[in-house]
Design a protein around this ligand. Structure first.
Ligand code: A3P
Length: 350
């Protein structure tokens, strides 16, 4: 028999007391005014520019305000598990794998409550983003009563993370991906949201190389989390989309060990881990009715769940990037990562 459904980590939708609502609106309003004074650059995405955070990265005004609210109001606990990513590097997949691993109840493919949740809800509902889903709509929700472990996610660059995340010692799982595939995925994602898709990757490529992406430079983002992982391997796990694709079961076991929920010999014999891999595969997730027709609210806008499942392959970039573009990105990658010890799987053949 499946146990009760794992708890949702989305903040309760019930309104706060009126005075709380008023003071929360004030928190956001003050930050909106502050961020509006920051320098801007064209985002290339729509008419709204990106603003430059004092830590040196770019994003839209509402997203930056939400990051700052999270910085001030999120109090991490040592039992939290936080997924951190640069957008389009495999966040949705990792959320599904983490959720299924942490909340598994041994019910098997048919009866496991966590796998049932994954069939019924999009991974972004099950593991919400701090700055895109939790601290939005002028809300400062009280997360203190949520049961441990709280599974949360973020795209916030390392230097701007709420300080309590590092201080609490909670687990952080980072995943990155070949920047060429990341760029192509990002461009498709942005283009799909435009009223009139442009079908030309050129502008997105230029902005990406200049570090003007939804949370700033891809390379700075990856490097900062990599350095943190090198410094504190017990706190920060570093994964790549390519390794996850090549050996999903091995990487899932690594993840499970890291978060303190290793698969027992009995579970392995019962193929519990394999069932999770299968349930979280591109085909399973993309084929679920909720992901074909449902939506999830991100930055106060409904987003079609299907947008998070495009192709799910490694090395699809040659269909969209010229050799010149690819060479440019590889050169930046090589020069930025030089001396850091970080070698992405796709760089080994460079
Ligand atoms: P592509 O656009 O290259 O297909 P994010 O979740 O960080 O937004 O990343 C989205 C990318 O991950 C997309 O890549 C998407 O197709 C891919 N993806 C989503 N779910 C996946 C899964 N279960 N397995 C493999 N790739 C997945």
């Amino acid at each position: 028999m499946a146990s009760a459904s794992p708890p949702s980590l989305l903040p309760a939708s019930a309104p706060n007391a009126e005075e709380d609502e008023e003071s929360h609106r004030e928190v956001y309003e003050q930050l909106r005014q502050l961020v509006s004074t920051y320098p801007t650059v064209p985002s290339g995405f729509d008419t709204a520019p990106y603003h430059r955070h004092p830590d040196g990265w770019y994003t839209s005004l509402p997203a930056m305000v939400s990051v700052m609210v999270a910085q001030r109001h999120f109090t991490a606990r040592d039992t939290d598990i936080i997924i951190a990513t640069f957008p389009k590097c495999g966040t949705t997949w990792l959320k599904a794998l983490l959720f299924a691993t942490v909340h598994r109840d041994g019910g098997g493919v048919e009866d496991d409550a966590a796998l049932a949740q994954l069939r019924a809800r999009n991974p972004h509902e099950l593991v919400p983003f701090l700055e895109i889903q939790v601290y939005v709509r002028d809300r400062v929700p009280d997360l203190s009563s949520l049961p441990a472990p709280r599974l949360l996610a973020t795209h916030i660059p390392r230097p701007s993370l709420p300080a309590s995340i590092a201080a609490s010692g909670c687990k952080v799982v980072y995943i990155c991906r070949d920047p060429k595939d990341c760029l192509v995925s990002l461009w498709h994602f942005h283009d799909a949201q435009r009223p009139e898709p442009r079908g030309d990757v050129g502008e997105e490529f230029r902005l990406f190389c200049d570090g003007v992406s939804p949370v700033g430079s891809y390379w700075d983002h990856v490097l900062a989390y990599w350095r943190w992982h090198v410094e504190r391997p017990g706190q920060v796990l570093f994964m790549t989309y390519e390794e996850l694709s090549a050996d999903t079961l091995g990487q899932l076991r690594r993840l499970a060990e890291f978060v303190g929920r290793p698969f027992t010999g009995e579970e392995r014999a019962a193929r519990v881990d394999e069932a999770i891999v299968k349930a979280c595969s591109f085909e399973s997730l993309a084929g679920a009715e909720v992901n074909r027709s449902g939506t999830v609210e991100l930055m106060e806008e409904p987003m079609r769940n299907a947008e998070f499942f495009r192709r799910g392959v490694v090395g699809g970039w040659p269909n969209y990037l010229s050799l010149e573009m690819a060479t440019r990105i590889d050169e930046i990658t090589e020069s930025k990562f030089k001396g850091s010890g970080l070698v992405l799987p796709t760089m080994m053949t460079m």
